[in-house]
Ligand binder design. Structure first.
Ligand SMILES: Cc1cc2nc3c(=O)[nH]c(=O)nc-3n(C[C@H](O)[C@H](O)[C@H](O)COP(=O)(O)OP(=O)(O)OC[C@H]3O[C@@H](n4cnc5c(N)ncnc54)[C@H](O)[C@@H]3O)c2cc1C
Ligand SMILES: *[C@@H]1O[C@H](CO)[C@@H](O)[C@H](O)[C@H]1NC(C)=O
Ligand SMILES: *[C@@H]1O[C@H](CO)[C@@H](O)[C@H](O)[C@H]1NC(C)=O
Length: 623
C-alpha cells in the first residue's frame, strides 16, 4: 500500500523569528505541554491566581470538526495538521520488528510504503506511533475512552512513597472533581456533574433485540466470562467508572464511557484551557502555541555545587511551526533560541516520549548518555527515559457472510491463567477493524468486518526506553518498547487465552452472518485444521502486537529507588523548582486507558502545588 507522505501544501520560506531578549521572570509557573498532564494543571494554577505560562508545540484545533467531533478520531490521528510521527521499535532485534505487518518505509518519492515487501531502495522508518502536537495533546485525537486504573495501580505509589494521598480510595475524588457526567441520574454522591470534562456513553439497547446476531455473541461471551447470560443486555449498560467492592476481580460488560458530551463533541483539556482563557474573571493564564521547549534552564550558581540542589529557573524555547522533526510538515525549519523565566517552578508535561527527552537535554538523566552528547550534567538520574511501559494490544478480525449491524460490546475480564485474581483483558467488539497504527490506518476490510480488540491491562515488562539520538532538541529520540522482555511468555499466554475466549464467543454468531472467516490471529481454516494452537497465536501476538498508551518514563518512586525520577509530589529528585506531570509519572501502566487517569493526576498535582504555595505564604506572613 502507498500513502501520501507529504502534504500538497508546500511550506514556503521558513520564517526566522527574532530572538527575544532574556527578561526577568514574568510568570510564576511555566507548564510545558497542554495534554492531559499539563493542560488542566496550568488552568488550575491560573484559576488559583498564580501567573502561569502554558507552552505548547502545536496549535489550537479546538474548532476543527475533525477534532471536536468524536466520530472522526481516526481522521484526527492521521491528520498532518497535528501529527507527530514517532517511528518506534518493539524489539532490539530489527528482524523481529520487520515481522510487524504494518512496518513503514519512506520510498523517497513522497510516499510511504506500509508492509513486509518494500520496494527497492526504500528507507526503513519503523513502526508508526502517532502523537498529537496540539492544544489538548493526544486527548484531541484519541478515541476518548475513559476508564480508571486498577486499585493496585494507584496503591503501589502509596507503597513506594508512603504518601497515602495516592490511595485508590482517595484518587477517586479527582474524577469527581473534573467530571461533568451526562449519563447517570443526578445525585450520585461519588460522581461529578459540574466539572469541565463531559463523560457520556453509547447506546446499548440493540442488545435487547434477540434477533440481532451480535446479541448471540454477547450472550456467549457472558457465559464464557462467568456472567449471567439472561441479563447480558442489562449488564452491557453497567457503568465502567463506578465503584463497587472487588471491582478489579469482577469480570463484567460495560457501556464504554468517553470524554465527550452526549452530542458527540469531544471534551479534553483543550476545552478547559480555552474556558479558563475566556473567563470574565481574567485568570492569569498565558498560552503560547507553536513553541518548542528545547530545555529547562537552571540557576548556574546552583549547578555542580556540593550540597546544593540545582534550581530550575525557566525554559529555553524556539518559536515557529513544525520545528520538531516528528512533524511530517518539517522541512528543515529552525529558529533562534530565546529564554523565558519562571519565578517559582517549571513543570514538564510533554508526554511519555518528550518529557524524558526534555529532561535529558537539560542535563537530567543517565550521566553516560548525557556525556555521549556533551550535555553538561545537572543531576544524574538513571531512571529518566527508562521503565517505558504500554498496554499490549491486538485483535481478532473475522469476516461475516453478511454485515453485523450492532453497537459495541465492551467487557473487562480475567483469563483463567492470569497470575492473580485481577482481570487482565479489556476488550471491545464491533463491526470495525483495528489492527494498530500506520500512515493511513485503519484498513476497511468491507461491511462484513467484525473485530474484537484486546488490551492487556497489566503488561509486566516495562523494559522500554526513550534515549537521545543527539543533543539537537529538534531531533526525535530513539524509542524502543522491548515488548515482552520480562515475563513476556506469561503475557503472551494471557493474550492467547483472551483471544480464544473471544473467538469462541464470536463463532456463536448465527446465520446469516455465520460462518465467520477469521483473518487473524488464525487465518482462514488454520484453526479447523488444528494448525493454530497456542504457540502459533503467541507468535502472532509477539510479532503483531501494537500499543498507543505509552507511560512511565519519569516514574514516581521511593527515595531509595535508584530508578525513581519523581517523588510523590511530582518533584524531580535532587533538583528544585522542577516537576514532571503527565503519563510519564505512573510507575506502572494505569489500567487499560491512561487519558482520564492522567487528567486526574494533573488536577492532583495542581492541588499539591497550590497547597505547598499556600503553606509557604502562611509561613511568610508569620515571620
Ligand atoms: C491515537 C491514540 C489514541 C488514543 N486513544 C486513547 C483512548 O481512547 N483513551 C485513553 O485513555 N487514552 C488514549 N490514548 C492515550 C492518551 O491520549 C495519552 O495517554 C494521553 O494523552 C497522555 O497525556 P500526556 O499529557 O502525558 O501527553 P500528551 O497527550 O502527548 O501531551 C503532551 C503535549 O506536550 C506537547 N509537547 C511535547 N513536547 C513539547 C516541547 N518540547 N515543547 C512544547 N510542547 C511540547 C505536545 O505537543 C502535546 O500537546 C491514545 C493515544 C493515541 C496516540
Ligand atoms: C502494598 O504493601 C502491602 C503491605 O506490604 C501489600 O500487602 C500490598 O499487596 C502492596 N500493594 C501493592 C499495590 O503493591
Ligand atoms: C432486531 O434485529 C433484527 C436483525 O438484525 C432486525 O431485522 C430487526 O429490525 C431488529 N428489531 C428491532 C426492533 O430493532
Amino acid at each position: 500500500m502507498r500513502y501520501r507522505l507529504l502534504s500538497a501544501l508546500i511550506i514556503s520560506a521558513v520564517a526566522v523569528v527574532e530572538a527575544a531578549p532574556a527578561a526577568a521572570a514574568t510568570y510564576d509557573y511555566i507548564v510545558v505541554g497542554s495534554g492531559p498532564g499539563g493542560g488542566p494543571l496550568a488552568a488550575d494554577l491560573a484559576r488559583a491566581g498564580y501567573s502561569t505560562l502554558l507552552i505548547e508545540a502545536g496549535g489550537d484545533e479546538g474548532d476543527n470538526p475533525t477534532y471536536s467531533e468524536i466520530a472522526y478520531f481516526n481522521e484526527a490521528a492521521n491528520d498532518e495538521a497535528t501529527r507527530w510521527d514517532f517511528w518506534v521499535k518493539h524489539y532490539d532485534d530489527p528482524e523481529e520488528d520487520r515481522k510487524f505487518a504494518h512496518t513503514t518505509w519512506d520510498t523517497g518519492d513522497g510516499t510511504f510504503y506500509v508492509g513486509l515487501d518494500p520496494p527497492e531502495g526504500a528507507k526503513y522508518l519503523g513502526i508508526q506511533y502517532p502523537r498529537a502536537a496540539v492544544l489538548g495533546g493526544c486527548a484531541m485525537h484519541n478515541a476518548a475512552v475513559c476508564s480508571l486504573p486498577a486499585e493496585d495501580d494507584w496503591n503501589i505509589i502509596v507503597n513506594k512513597t508512603g504518601d497515602t494521598s495516592w490511595s485508590a480510595s482517595n484518587m477517586r475524588q479527582y474524577l469527581k472533581k473534573i467530571e461533568r457526567n451526562q449519563y447517570l441520574p443526578p445525585g450520585d454522591p461519588n460522581r461529578g456533574y459540574d466539572g469541565w470534562l463531559a463523560t457520556s456513553v453509547g447506546p446499548t439497547d440493540w442488545a435487547r433485540n434477540n434477533s440481532n446476531p451480535a446479541t448471540t455473541i454477547l450472550k456467549k461471551l457472558a457465559a464464557l466470562t462467568g456472567q449471567d447470560e439472561t441479563r447480558a443486555a442489562d449488564l452491557l449498560g453497567s457503568d465502567i467508572l463506578t465503584e463497587i467492592p472487588n471491582l478489579d476481580e469482577t469480570s463484567s460488560f460495560y457501556n464504554l464511557a468517553q470524554h465527550a458530551d452526549n452530542t458527540g463533541k469531544r471534551n479534553s483539556p483543550n476545552n478547559y484551557v480555552r474556558a479558563t482563557l475566556a473567563d470574565p474573571a481574567k485568570y492569569p493564564l498565558t498560552l503560547k502555541l507553536h513553541t518548542l521547549v528545547t530545555r529547562v534552564l537552571f540557576d548556574e550558581s546552583t549547578v555542580g555545587v556540593e550540597g546544593v540542589e540545582p534550581r530550575a529557573i525557566g525554559v529555553e524555547i524556539m518559536e515557529g511551526q513544525s520545528l520538531y522533526k516528528a512533524d511530517p510538515k518539517h522541512r528543515g525549519q529552525t529558529s533562534p533560541k530565546s529564554q523565558i523565566l519562571a519565578a517559582r517552578e517549571v513543570i514538564v508535561s510533554g508526554g511519555a516520549f518528550n518529557s524524558p527527552q526534555i529532561l535529558k537535554l537539560s542535563g537530567i538523566g543517565p550521566k553516560d548518555e548525557l556525556a555521549k552528547f556533551n550535555i553538561p550534567l545537572v543531576k544524574h538520574l538513571p531512571g529518566v527515559g527508562e521503565n517505558l511501559g504500554d498496554n499490549y494490544e491486538g485483535s481478532l478480525l473475522a469476516m461475516g457472510q453478511t454485515p453485523v449491524q450492532s453497537g459495541l460490546i465492551t467487557a473487562v475480564f480475567r483469563t483463567p491463567n492470569a497470575p492473580d485474581a485481577r482481570r487482565n483483558i479489556f476488550t471491545w467488539c464491533g463491526a470495525f477493524s483495528f489492527e494498530g497504527f500506520w500512515p493511513g490506518f485503519p484498513t476497511w476490510h468491507g461491511a462484513e468486518q467484525y473485530t474484537c480488540a484486546l488490551v492487556h491491562m497489566q503488561p509486566k515488562s516495562q523494559a522500554g526506553s526513550v534515549t537521545l539520538r543527539s543533543a539537537d532538541p529538534q531531533d526525535v529520540p530513539d524509542i524502543n518498547f522491548r515488548f515482552f522482555q520480562n515475563q513476556g511468555d506469561q503475557d503472551l499466554e494471557e493474550l492467547v487465552e483472551g483471544a480464544n475466549i473471544l473467538r469462541e464467543a464470536m463463532n456463536a454468531v448465527p446465520e446469516p452472518v455465520a460462518p465467520f472467516i477469521e483473518r487473524h490471529p488464525c487465518e482462514g481454516d488454520r484453526r479447523a485444521e488444528g494448525d493454530c494452537g497456542v504457540e502459533v497465536q503467541k507468535e502472532y501476538f509477539k510479532s503483531q502486537a501494537y500499543s498507543h498508551h505509552a507511560t512511565s518514563t519519569c516514574a514516581i518512586g521511593g527515595k531509595d529507588e535508584e530508578m525513581a525520577v519523581l517523588d510523590s509530589k511530582f518533584r524531580v529528585h535532587g533538583v528544585r523548582g522542577l516537576r514532571v506531570v503527565d503519563a510519564s509519572a505512573f510507575p506502572v501502566v494505569p489500567g487499560a486507558f491512561p487519558s482520564c487517569p492522567t487528567m486526574m493526576i494533573s488536577v492532583k498535582a495542581a492541588e499539591d502545588i497550590i497547597a505547598e504555595r499556600k503553606k509557604e505564604e502562611a509561613e511568610a506572613k508569620k515571620l
